[in-house]
Design a binder for this molecule. Structure first.
Ligand code: KIV
Ligand code: ZN
Length: 512
């Protein structure tokens, strides 16, 4: 018999803790809609006590989603739980996720609490959360480094207090698959009331074992997997949704579980996360990397032509790779654009459609076919990036073998127009120097990458930058058929994200 495996997506909470990956509320809402379309069971929308921005985003997502459970994270304190509930109280299916650390090292050095005090806090937190909702998850932070018998006692007490899901995090990515599977079996056999709760796992990827640990835990009886799209997250990231789901899909004999995931939406969701966060997916990333289905070696290609199963264990269509490439051209009208955007999950107002249509025509003038990826970029850059401090109005760059590179730039800064010109050792450097001068930017450019958004000689260039200022890190993304314009847009987007981080300070992160 196969059981349901609940997919708990924490891209918007743990995923957002990737350095530089901050998202604004419209971006988070767009992603939440996409995750609902993907079929995840629970969306962890944020940690409302951590910042005002988090609170606002969780509330918006909770109000809008109709079918997916919306979880808010909280420590076991009443103030955190009050904030979590306040943010999700209008959700169709709210869940409070409360946690406290249970390893000796965390209890002694971070919490400064005894085992008894921790059990007491766990009970109080779960009971208090239960006074708001019947759907309460309890996590024992750093479970994989906790004393097993103590862990079972904490879970027993949390379930007794009303927790309906108990989560076993490998917070620091320390576990080894056999050991982690064994831990899950131990918990299942040594926690007397475990049958009253769903056992969940939450793994980090510090040793590159997050998916292996999660899959082993599922084989040992875990029935909720906490994951992120593209595996983004704190440090080396979290377990990646697509890897767990496709492992189950590809090797059903090894995992007697099924999920509600519509696998054909995996590719689009992965792209969207990368586009919104600015975190590029490594080309060799399993399932969603650009090379995941590319067969380079002649002997492989020959085999593939004779029978794809010779070298292909999954079909690219299963993750939505060869679908949805509808192509719009410069003669496509507003109506076709609206209906195609609707199929892609964007229900735009007339005003938003006007903005997108204008940009679509500009792109269609420069490149023959406008693909889904191009449209995603137009919507992400044009609609989701609201309330930006800096906007590019005009860019002119002179460069070549016989001139000193120079850029003229006009920006809109909070409604005020400023312009100037500057030099650099290349066209991009001159554009960046001028933008930095106009915005009074103090940030350091840590990384700069260019890639092509789609195939073809006329593909849009996609640029990402990583900026640092006073310990804050922000990623910026920009696309345009012209890579110098794409670079300027990416730089400005990075500066806007830094501004956002400065005005939305994290109040409490608890070092998760
Ligand atoms: O990694 C961790 O322990 C967490 C918990 C809050 C679940 O993110
Ligand atoms: Zn985590």
């Amino acid at each position: 018999m196969t059981d349901r495996l609940y997919i708990f997506d924490t891209t918007l909470r743990d995923g957002e803790q990737s350095p530089g990956a901050s998202m604004n509320t419209p971006e988070k809402l767009r992603l939440a809609y996409q995750l609902e379309k993907l079929g995840v069971d629970i969306i962890e929308a944020g940690f409302p006590a951590a910042s005002v921005g988090d609170f606002e985003a969780v509330s918006r997502i909770a109000e809008k989603l109709k079918t997916t459970q919306v979880a808010a994270l909280a420590r076991t304190s009443k103030t955190d739980i009050d904030k979590a509930w306040e943010a999700i109280k209008h959700a169709a299916k709210p869940r409070i996720h409360t946690f406290i650390a249970t390893s000796d090292i965390h209890m002694e050095y971070k919490l400064n609490m005894s085992r008894e005090q921790v059990i007491q806090k766990a009970i109080e937190g779960v009971r208090y959360a239960r006074s708001y909702t019947e759907n309460v998850e309890f996590s024992a932070e750093d479970a994989s480094r906790s004393d097993r018998d103590f862990l079972c006692k904490v879970f027993e007490a949390a379930i007794e207090a009303g927790a309906t899901t108990v989560n076993v995090p490998d917070t620091v990515g320390y576990a080894i698959p056999e050991e982690f599977g064994e831990l899950i079996r131990y918990i299942m056999t040594h926690t007397p009331n475990i049958g009253k709760a769903v056992v969940s796992v939450h793994c980090h990827n510090d040793l590159g074992l997050a998916t292996a640990n999660t899959v082993t835990a599922i084989r040992a009886g875990a029935r909720q997997a906490e994951v992120t799209i593209n595996g983004i997250g704190e440090r080396a990231g979290n377990t990646s949704l697509e890897e767990v789901v496709m492992s189950i899909h590809t090797r059903p004999n090894f995992m007697p579980v099924f999920t509600n995931i519509n696998t054909e939406n995996i590719h689009t969701t992965s792209r969207l996360v990368s586009m919104i966060t600015g975190i590029i997916v490594q080309p060799n990333k399993a399932i969603v990397g650009a090379n995941a289905f590319a067969h380079e070696a002649g002997i492989h290609q020959d085999g593939m032509l004779k029978n794809p199963m010779t070298y292909e264990i999954m079909k690219p269509e299963t993750i939505g790779l060869s679908q949805s490439k509808l192509i719009l051209g410069k003669h496509s009208g507003r109506h076709a654009l609206r209906s195609h955007l609707k199929d892609m999950g964007y229900d735009l107002s007339d005003e938003e459609l006007n903005l997108v249509f204008t940009r679509f025509k500009e792109i269609a003038d420069k490149k023959k076919h406008v693909m889904d990826e191009d449209l995603e970029v137009i919507v992400t850059e044009g609609i989701l990036r609201t309330a930006e401090t800096f906007k590019l109005e005009y860019l002119h760059v002179v460069s070549g073998t016989t001139v000193y590179p120079m850029a003229s730039v006009r920006l809109n800064i909070n409604g005020r127009t400023v312009q100037g010109a500057g030099y650099g050792n290349g066209p991009i450097d001159s554009a960046f120097n001028t933008i930095a001068k106009l915005t009074d930017a103090k940030s350091e450019l840590l990384r700069f990458t260019v890639s092509a958004l789609t195939g073809g000689m006329d593909a849009q260039g996609e640029v990402t930058v990583r900026l640092r200022e006073n310990g804050l890190i922000a990623l910026g993304r920009g696309s345009d058929p012209d890579i110098i314009t794409a670079s300027a847009k990416a730089y400005i987007n990075g500066l806007n994200r830094l501004e956002y981080l400065k005005t939305h300070p994290v109040i409490a992160s608890d070092g998760l």
